[in-house]
Design a protein around this ligand. Structure first.
Ligand SMILES: [Zn+2]
Length: 387
């Protein structure tokens, strides 16, 4: 890879023909059409928050350096921004009067409203730009390295950069497009935002069974995303059909895995809906997110629900009364040991050697209160729990 340092390019030159797409929130072109500000593998513009974009303009007015900017030379005289797109889009938007910055008197000023010398200070600022030429692969590998600084790309943004091509373009159009009307439905089940590629990452994760990189690499040249889209929609349709009611606990669950494990079994959505309702209202369940997998698995694996345990006070009280009774009868204070025939038959366990057990199982309606609590030695408690 060859890099050339350029310190002669001014903000004025870059802003010549600056184009910005309000709808997509993307800086598009500059340098009289010779610079692509937002190539496909770049993330959307995220500086438009009244802080980071303003900070860029403040730096310029104070004469502070904006930091290194990297271009890739794509052909003679044509460049793509590899790093610096957020800063370039910020000053491009400012110079084209798209946002205002407070002056020293606290007045919001657009570029056209500030003094000529301030305008000139911004426009005449020379940037420090490294122009890179080389194989796509080495440039992208390097891009991965330089982006560790600044606002780091998240994992999926990096993958989009590394596997950029027709497949990523089509996939982003579907899954990273805030104008896609389906997003509202997806957001009930998938956490995150379209801008940060969370829906795309989820769709890829599900279809690839967790091997996103392999999947993106082998589909890189594909011009359609049929499989990705169909699979994602199958999962979403299955979830929304099986569980009629949308609850906040459903968001972010590993629906791809649950779909693989359970989608061939029949469920009665009305019955499922009742089960969900009663489990959500159950005060003993501390992990409401586990409800869905619990129901899909036939309501057996109570570990998924993290059922509330007995309080220390309850355990101590039950231990004391059990132990007193056991000593009087010269039997073990673990009722299972007491009916056995080995040396533990009359063993008095210490409190820390015992665990609390639901006499009537929680899953059969047994409550987590003192009347349904029995202390068992750890071995017997474990044995009972596994049945
Ligand atoms: Zn025992």
């Amino acid at each position: 890879m060859k890099t050339t340092l350029r310190t002669d390019i001014t903000i004025d030159a870059i802003c010549e023909g600056f184009m910005y797409n309000e709808l997509e929130g993307k800086g598009l072109f500059g340098l009289a059409g010779k610079l692509t500000i937002q190539p496909e593998y770049q993330r959307n513009y995220i500086y438009a928050d009244g802080k980071r974009d303003v900070a860029v303009i403040d730096s310029l007015l104070r004469g502070y350096p904006l930091g290194l900017i990297y271009f890739v030379k794509v052909s003679d005289g044509n460049y793509e921004v590899l790093d610096g797109q957020q800063r370039i889009t910020s000053f491009g938007r400012y110079v084209t009067n798209r946002f205002a910055v407070k002056d020293e008197n606290g007045m919001e000023q657009y570029f056209e409203g500030i003094s000529k010398d301030k305008q000139a200070r911004i426009l005449n600022t020379k940037l420090t730009i490294y122009v890179c030429e080389g194989e796509e692969s080495e440039i992208k590998e390097w891009f991965k390295t330089i982006n560790i600084a600044g606002v780091p790309l998240n994992a999926q943004e990096l993958r989009n950069a590394i596997y950029s091509g027709p497949f990523v373009s089509a996939a982003k159009e579907e899954f990273s497009n805030t104008k896609n009307a389906n997003i509202q439905k997806w957001a009930a089940y998938v956490k995150g935002s379209a801008n940060r590629q969370d829906f795309l990452e989820c769709a890829l994760d599900w279809v690839s069974k967790g091997n996103i990189d392999n999947y993106m690499s082998s589909h890189r040249k594909d011009t359609n995303i049929n499989e990705l889209k169909t699979y994602f929609n199958s999962v979403i349709d299955w979830v929304s059909t099986t569980f009629k009611d949308v609850e906040k606990e459903m968001c972010g669950l590993d629906w791809g895995r649950l779909y693989e494990e359970h989608h061939k079994k029949p469920y009665d959505p009305n019955k499922v809906s009742q089960q969900v309702r009663s489990l959500i209202e159950d005060v003993f369940i501390t992990d409401k997110k586990g409800i869905y997998e619990y129901i899909l698995g036939g309501s057996e694996d109570t570990k998924l629900l993290n059922v509330r345990v007995f309080s220390e006070a309850t355990k101590k009280a039950v231990y004391a009364s059990q132990t007193k009774e056991a000593k009087a009868k010269n039997l073990s204070n673990c009722s299972y040991c007491a009916i056995g025939h080995d040396s533990n038959k009359s063993k008095i366990w210490m409190l820390k050697e015992m665990d609390a057990d639901h006499v009537a199982a929680w899953s059969k309606g047994g409550a987590t209160d003192i009347n349904n609590c029995e202390m068992l030695c750890k071995a017997h408690n474990r044995a009972k729990g596994n049945r």
